[in-house]
Design a protein around this ligand. Structure first.
Ligand SMILES: *[C@@H]1O[C@H](CO)[C@@H](O)[C@H](O)[C@H]1NC(C)=O
Ligand SMILES: *[C@@H]1O[C@H](CO)[C@@H](O)[C@H](O)[C@H]1NC(C)=O
Ligand SMILES: *[C@@H]1O[C@H](CO)[C@@H](O)[C@H](O)[C@H]1NC(C)=O
Length: 495
């Protein structure tokens, strides 16, 4: 396998520094506006969606984007892998997690920090940041290489290349496209974003072949566990399969959980709605949008009680972890993200993200799961120009080349946490029989700022109070490549 160091430019730390310098300021603004914004958004979205789809949670994910600018830079030392990698028995699933104080606490020091930078230490700080970036990047390459089998092609290191034949379905041929991702219907003018496919560096990634897929999965069942991006992926799969056949939709109307049966192929798809992966409770039973309490060491029985029935499970989670949340361990509240209570310990998203994945993977192993669990890694969003709620948008019409953008900052940290937890799960799975595989969507999607609905997830609104959606993906669109990956991963599993 090629070194990951060449895959992304290192030392491109400028944006990181800028973000962290601005972070306290933005954090303050956002903290002050969140409580006001929630009710406003609820009302406006109710109005707008009454006639179409009541799936308000699709606005949740852009909401979650508020917070990443508030994220404190990571200080967590990801040693759970490096420390134990060559010794299975020592791979502890209880590695203590060190977290840094959150942005609100950093506010106080802001002035001092800025002054220090101006007074000539800026360059040294830059160098430090760059050295850290190089360190993170090499850590990433190392841990990633351990997640592949020896002779396995790394499908996920590559570039987008032109594909004049795309797309392979349209809003007319597939009825499974959800309104908010139906960019063609809502008049997205540029269509070049449909004309790319993913080309791995070291091998070919064939385009999705629905016939071949259905033959492979006959007699099998597939579950998606996650949030609306997981559903986005599932709907892409259904659309790609619609060239051959359509499933029977067994879902309850209005339920976030979905079930589709391909009866003539004895293949079923289930979507378990579990955006935090672990057990949660609402702090306000009547309001979805109020912070959730996350029981970070308790699996979400909604999906873990059934997971052993599936042959394949695709686990994912992401943007919800940036929302205000309370954290419980051992049944007791022990921290929060962006909560107003001064007496509660303030922790970062990294804390809850790591814990949630650890608990989820452990639950899969404990359930006696004998199939293959894929971790579909974090898919970055692309708000530019401003925060998501201040008119930030994703208006680009072409993919990035990988020399133009680097995986860094909070996206890199979320991604590394996922890889580290996957590695721990893989080792534990060797004993319990479950297989854990990497489904690495992160860099491919980082390169697709052009693939989001932006404002084409709805009809033009006179009163432009709706945030642009730079989190989900147009259908058809670049997320279809996830099913090119999926077919290839299934093929290698079944060979
Ligand atoms: C599909 O998109 C076109 C515009 O590209 C639009 O005219 C048409 O109404 C859409 N059809 C459906 C079923 O969404
Ligand atoms: C798919 O679902 C149907 C109905 O619940 C069930 O009879 C069948 O066994 C399932 N097939 C697989 C492969 O899980
Ligand atoms: C537009 O939004 C503002 C602020 O949310 C609101 O006061 C006003 O009534 C809205 N106008 C229309 C036409 O919906």
């Amino acid at each position: 396998m090629k070194s990951q160091a060449s895959e992304l430019p290192v030392g491109k730390a400028q944006p990181r520094r800028k973000t962290s310098r601005l972070a306290p300021l933005i954090a303050l603004i956002i903290l002050l506006t969140i409580p006001l914004y929630y009710p406003a958004l609820r009302d406006s979205s109710k109005k707008l969606y009454e006639t179409t789809s009541p799936r308000l949670e699709d606005l949740e994910d852009p909401i979650t984007q508020t917070s990443h600018v508030e994220e404190a830079p990571p200080t967590e030392k990801p040693c759970s892998i490096d420390c134990h990698d060559d010794d299975d028995d020592k791979a502890s699933v209880d590695t203590p997690v060190v977290v840094r104080q959150p942005a609100p606490v950093m506010k106080k020091n802001d002035k001092g920090r800025r002054k220090r930078k101006k007074s000539g230490k800026g360059q040294r700080e830059d160098e430090k940041v760059q050295a850290m970036m190089r360190g993170r990047s090499s850590h990433r390459g190392k841990i990633r290489s351990r997640l592949f089998d020896e002779d396995e092609c790394d499908l996920f290191s590559g570039e987008w290349v032109p594909d004049p034949d795309g797309p392979y379905y349209t809003n007319e041929t597939c009825s499974a496209i959800q309104e908010h991702q139906n960019c063609l219907k809502f008049g997205r003018p540029d269509l070049e974003f449909l004309k790319w496919r993913w080309k791995p560096d070291e091998c070919e990634l064939p385009l999705f072949d629905p016939q071949q897929f259905l033959e492979l999965v006959t007699g099998h069942s597939l579950a998606f566990v996650g949030d609306s991006v997981a559903r986005n992926h599932m709907q892409s799969l259904i659309c790609l399969l619609s060239r051959v056949t359509n499933p029977v939709d067994m879902s309850e109307p209005g339920d976030q959980n979905k079930r589709y049966e391909y009866r003539e192929h004895d293949f079923n798809i289930t979507m378990f709605w579990s955006p935090y992966l672990v057990r949660t409770s609402k702090t306000d039973p009547n309001d979805e949008r109020r912070p959730y309490e996350l029981f970070l060491d308790e699996p979400d029985p909604h999906w873990t009680s059934q997971v052993a029935l599936f042959d394949y499970v695709i686990i994912s989670a992401g943007h919800w972890f940036f929302r205000p949340t309370y954290f419980s361990l051992h049944g007791r509240r022990m921290g929060c993200l962006y909560c107003p209570e001064p007496e509660v310990t303030h922790l970062t998203s990294y804390f809850s993200y790591r814990r949630a994945f650890r608990t989820a993977f452990q639950a899969i192993n404990d359930a006696g799961f004998g199939g293959v669990a894929f971790l579909r890694t974090y898919a970055p969003s692309h708000f530019e120009g401003a925060a998501w709620d201040k008119g930030g948008d994703c208006a680009r019409t072409r993919p990035y080349r990988r020399s133009e953008v680097a995986l860094e900052d909070y996206s890199l940290e979320m991604y590394l946490i996922q890889l580290e937890e996957l590695r721990i799960a893989q080792k534990a799975g060797r004993r319990s029989g479950g297989k854990f595989k990497l489904f690495d969507a992160t860099v491919a999607m980082l390169l697709r700022p052009d693939g989001h609905p932006s404002r084409y997830g709805h009809w033009p609104v006179i009163n432009n109070t709706m945030a642009n959606d730079c989190v989900h993906w147009c259908l058809p669109g670049p997320i279809d490549a996830w099913n090119d990956f999926l077919l290839q991963l299934f093929k290698t599993q079944l060979e």
